[in-house]
Design a protein around this ligand. Structure first.
Ligand SMILES: Cc1cc2nc3c(=O)[nH]c(=O)nc-3n(C[C@H](O)[C@H](O)[C@H](O)COP(=O)(O)O)c2cc1C
Length: 222
């Protein structure tokens, strides 16, 4: 818990960097290896725990278990084999809008979690609604998509700390995914996908040197 005495061991800075350098976008997964249930459970929870703007959590994460559905998705993913070879495959979807009923649901949930009455949270509710109203429908969808990418980042990093490989995937046809997954007119739309599992021994990308701009090109001090 956040405010109880520290009972967990934090990673060292060195371990953190080793973990982040160990992670790479895995192209070839070992199709014979499955993520154990307890590890998968923690990764699902990492999605649930993702922070979002105002806490709105404008998303649904679809864990695609049906091999036939995964095969159909692969053909809408530039035929990328990660879609079917990885142990697990998640489609991260975003709410296509932020409506008063979304805001209500969140305020009620927050009140419940914090032992308050929804009335106490009325000022916050008004602020969120005011903020959402300044945007067009498209802008609200785009806002939600940005929140979903935070979940993607959290999932990948959480996975790496547990020794699980991932491949984030934007090389997918979102419209076809929506059709296959029955999302059309559901209020949710595909944003991005993520394959998770264990790297195959022969995946040459594991040995490809990490290529990043130098720190001084991307970090500035003001
Ligand atoms: C949002 C996003 C979408 C991506 N889509 C794909 C994809 O569809 N297929 C793929 O093989 N890699 C995909 N990648 C992986 C990137 O190419 C990779 O992260 C980048 O080249 C950096 O390499 P590294 O992750 O191995 O360090 C994606 C990465 C991100 C963050």
């Amino acid at each position: 818990m956040r405010n109880s005495p520290r009972i967990m061991k934090h990673l060292t800075a060195e371990d953190l960097l080793a973990t982040l350098r160990w992670r790479y976008a895995t192209k070839q997964f070992d199709a014979t290896r499955k993520i154990p249930a307890d590890v998968w459970d923690a990764l699902e929870e990492s999605l649930v725990l993702t922070p979002s703007s105002f806490g709105l959590q404008p998303w649904k994460f679809l864990v695609i278990r049906d091999p036939a559905v995964r095969a159909r998705l692969q053909s809408e993913s530039w035929n990328q084999p990660q879609t079917t070879e990885a142990s697990h495959f998640v489609v991260l979807t975003a709410r296509t809008d932020v409506t008063p009923s979304d805001i209500n649901a969140w305020i009620n949930r927050m009140a419940e979690a914090q032992g308050k009455s929804p009335d106490e949270l009325a000022p916050l509710k008004g602020m969120i609604a005011g903020f959402a109203e300044t945007m067009s429908h498209e802008a609200r969808h785009a806002w939600n998509m940005r929140q979903v990418y935070i979940a993607l980042g959290q999932l990948m990093t959480a996975a790496a700390t547990l020794g699980i490989d991932t491949c984030p995937m934007e090389g997918i046809s979102s419209a076809a995914y929506d059709r296959i997954l029955g999302l059309e007119n559901s209020g949710y739309a595909t944003a991005v996908a993520c394959a998770l599992g264990y790297r195959a021994e022969g995946d040459k990308y594991a040995a490809t040197p990490k290529a990043r701009f130098e720190r001084k090109a991307v970090v500035a001090y003001v």
